[in-house]
Design a protein around this ligand. Structure first.
Ligand code: 5RP
Length: 308
C-alpha cells in the first residue's frame, strides 16, 4: 500500500495485464516523479515545463495572479507543499463544512487546520474526507467529520492536483481518490487547489497521465477504446505488479497522451459517454483559486471573473 494508504491491491490474472513491463512505482505517492521519468524515457509524454516557464515572473503575463502571500527560506518540494497546504487554512472560516482532499499536500492542510481548531481560532468546523486515508488522518488529528450525504452542500473544498494550468484546469487522481474528490468538489461552493510549483503546466497531460477509474467488470475491454482516443493506456499497479484498486473497489487506467491534450473537455466528454468509465481525473472549470507553493512563496492564482 502506498503512503496514501487508501488503496489495496488485488492479484490480477495475465488476461488483465496490459502487456507492459510492470512498473515498480505506480501505487506510491512518493514515486510519481518516477512515473513521469519512466514515461518520458518511453517517449509517451513530454517533459514538464522548465521551472522558468512554469513560473513566469511577469505579472502582465498572468493577470489572474493576485500576488505573493507568504515567504519562507525552505526550497524543497515538501516545503513548497507545506506552504501551500498551510496557506489554505487562511481560506477557512469558523462554522464551515469543508471538503478534505487527498494527498501529500492536503496532509499539510489537515495538520494546519487541526492546529487552528485546537488553538481555538476555528470553531464549528466539519470535514468531508475524500478517501479512507484522509478519513483516518483527520480522525487522528481530531478534525470532526461528517458524511457527504449528511450535508449535501459544502462551503469549501481544499484538494491537491497533479497538474494545474494558468486557467486553473486540473488533472487529479494520481493518489487514486478522483471519484470521491470530484463528488466533493461538485458539492462545494468554492474549490481551492493546493500544489507545489512543479505541478504547473501549460497544457494538461504533459506532466501526468490522465487517470480514469473504471468498473472492474471486464475492464480490459476499454484499452483499445482508449488507444483510439489517442492515449497509451496503462493499468495502475503496485510495486508487486498487482492491480491497484480504489476505495470504491475499481481499477484505474492511466492515459498517457503524447504531447498532452489538445482539447481536454472533448476527451472528458468522450470518456464519460463510455459505459464502464466511472470518472476521469480531468477537473475542468471547477477550481476557483490555486495556492501554489514554490519554496520561497505562495502564489495565489485566481480564476478570471465569470469563468467558473
Ligand atoms: C489524489 C489526488 C491528489 O490530490 C493529487 O494526486 C496530488 O497529490 P500530492 O499533493 O501528493 O502531490 O488527486 O487522488
Amino acid at each position: 500500500m502506498g503512503p496514501c494508504g487508501h488503496w489495496f491491491a488485488r492479484e490480477a490474472g495475465d488476461t488483465f495485464w496490459t502487456g507492459r513491463a510492470p512498473h515498480h512505482h505506480s501505487a506510491s505517492f512518493l514515486s510519481r516523479d518516477l512515473i513521469h521519468d519512466a514515461s518520458t524515457r518511453a517517449g509517451r509524454i513530454s517533459p514538464p515545463p522548465r521551472r522558468a516557464e512554469a513560473h513566469r515572473a511577469d505579472p502582465a503575463d498572468r493577470p489572474w495572479a493576485v500576488g505573493v502571500s507568504t515567504r519562507s527560506v525552505g526550497a524543497s518540494a515538501e516545503e513548497a507543499k507545506r506552504m501551500a497546504g498551510a496557506a489554505a487554512v487562511g481560506e477557512v472560516e469558523s462554522g464551515m463544512t469543508l471538503g478534505l482532499g487527498t494527498g501529500s499536500t492536503v496532509r499539510h492542510f489537515l495538520d494546519a487546520l487541526a492546529r487552528e481548531i485546537q488553538g481555538g481560532r476555528l470553531e464549528g468546523i466539519r470535514g468531508v474526507p475524500t478517501s479512507e486515508d484522509t478519513d483516518a488522518r483527520a480522525r487522528t488529528l481530531g478534525i470532526p467529520l461528517v458524511e457527504l450525504a449528511e450535508v449535501r452542500e459544502l462551503d469549501l473544498a481544499v484538494d491537491g492536483a497533479d497538474e494545474v494550468t494558468d486557467e486553473l484546469e486540473l488533472v487529479k487522481g494520481l493518489g487514486g481518490a478522483l471519484l470521491r474528490e470530484k463528488m466533493v468538489v461538485q458539492a462545494s461552493r468554492r474549490f481551492v487547489v493546493v500544489a507545489d510549483g512543479s505541478k504547473r503546466v501549460k497544457q494538461l497531460g504533459t506532466r501526468a497521465p490522465v487517470p480514469v477509474e473504471v468498473v472492474s467488470f471486464s475492464w480490459p475491454v476499454h484499452l483499445p477504446f482508449f488507444r483510439e482516443l489517442g492515449a497509451e493506456p496503462e493499468a495502475r499497479r503496485d510495486d508487486a505488479g498487482r492491480l491497484v484498486i480504489t476505495d470504491n473497489g475499481n481499477p484505474i487506467v492511466d492515459l498517457h497522451f503524447d504531447g498532452g491534450l489538445e482539447d481536454p473537455a472533448e476527451v472528458d466528454r468522450i470518456l464519460h459517454e463510455r459505459a464502464g468509465v466511472v470518472e476521469t481525473g480531468l477537473f475542468l472549470g471547477v477550481a476557483h483559486l490555486a495556492l501554489v507553493g514554490t519554496g520561497q512563496e505562495v502564489q495565489r492564482l485566481a480564476r478570471a471573473e465569470g469563468s467558473a
